[in-house]
Design a binder for this molecule. Sequence first.
Ligand code: ATP
Ligand code: MG
Length: 382
Amino acid sequence: MSSQGLEKYIMKYNFAYCGESSKYQIISKVGQGTFGEVFKARDTTYATIVAMKKIIIENQTEGFPITALREIRIFQSLKHENVVKLIEVCHTKGTQSTRYLPTYYLVLEYCDYDLAKLISNTKLTFRLSDIKTIVQQLLNGLYYIHSNNILHRDIKPANILITKNGVLKLADFGLSRAFSANQSDKENRYTNRVVTLWYRPPELLLGDRNYGPPIDLWGAGCIMAEMWTKSPIMQGNSEQQQLTLISKFCGLITTEVWPSVKSLDLFNKIDLPKVQQRRGIEKLKTYIKNAYACDLLEKLLILDPSKRYDANSALDHDFFYTDPLPSDLGKILTQHSQSILESHTSSRRPARDMQHPYHRISIGAARPTVIRTYDGYQDRIY
Ligand code: ATP
Ligand code: MG
């Protein structure tokens, strides 16, 4: 077929299971991720609001990106109140200016807020009952995806969305993957280059490739602490520094507290702190002032992943069953909606209240994102 013939063919081609985007009208841009822009749009057929995540195809010769394919497959397999819903995948008609190549979008249910924006909003103070609702919903979402053998692998506030009614939704499954329970004779060899540095657990930083759901629970612990500190608790600017901050915050990484750590590739190769001063988590506890919250936080931030609380044990914790009970988050969001929406247009970086003595233990660095590279065949799911 001549190149002109091919272009005409592509223009007329009707993609199966992938509708045309013309029924959506873009209203505004709401997010910029590593792998695409996200827009708020109106579905003109049903007069509803949706989010459209544009899929960036960087290298045309390699076709549709594996990260987007994974995200779509995983979204399609998940259906839960605390996981953002994929409505459909749609495409634009290619034109001459796009060399007849279509643009693809994931059409997602729209959520008014992301947790990064809520946390960084200085006008919004979470009550203990609000924190309980947020953490409980986060754990519910994790419990669901882990029960369905999916690891999220990029738990951080910007990937956690909240609707105006106060329902939390796990989003951004671009780094997620299916996992299999370990069989005794066969170890998994997943890539450890996942999870944004500040939320990355110690096992990944020490080179573990046979990891599982505990990696996401570490992120949940970091986020829970951030609900009080209003800024990420461990802001390393290198993997080595992140491990140092983890040791300062949670305790020394030793074979006494974590026996199997000696089998991790980097344990003897990396310089880890040897002398413990007062742990950062102890300083934070004096600030949180709620024994149940402190206890749950300790259990989510346990260094040894085999001892770390899983989502089920965390959900059973007394933190959620003692006064004040989890609140209706929708109410506080309605009260503050104007100020929150104003902050949408301001900087994404969390305000760092340097007055707060707790922040002296965190070291500032540019908010990092994960580099989405994969270890070839070893890390393919499908
Ligand atoms: P990154 O690589 O930076 O983690 P990404 O390219 O994979 O991001 P997402 O995390 O899915 O993209 O989206 C980027 C941002 O867009 C989110 O942090 C959020 O602010 C906004 N966003 C994503 N999905 C929605 C949605 N369904 N409703 C409203 N806003 C959304
Ligand atoms: Mg994201």
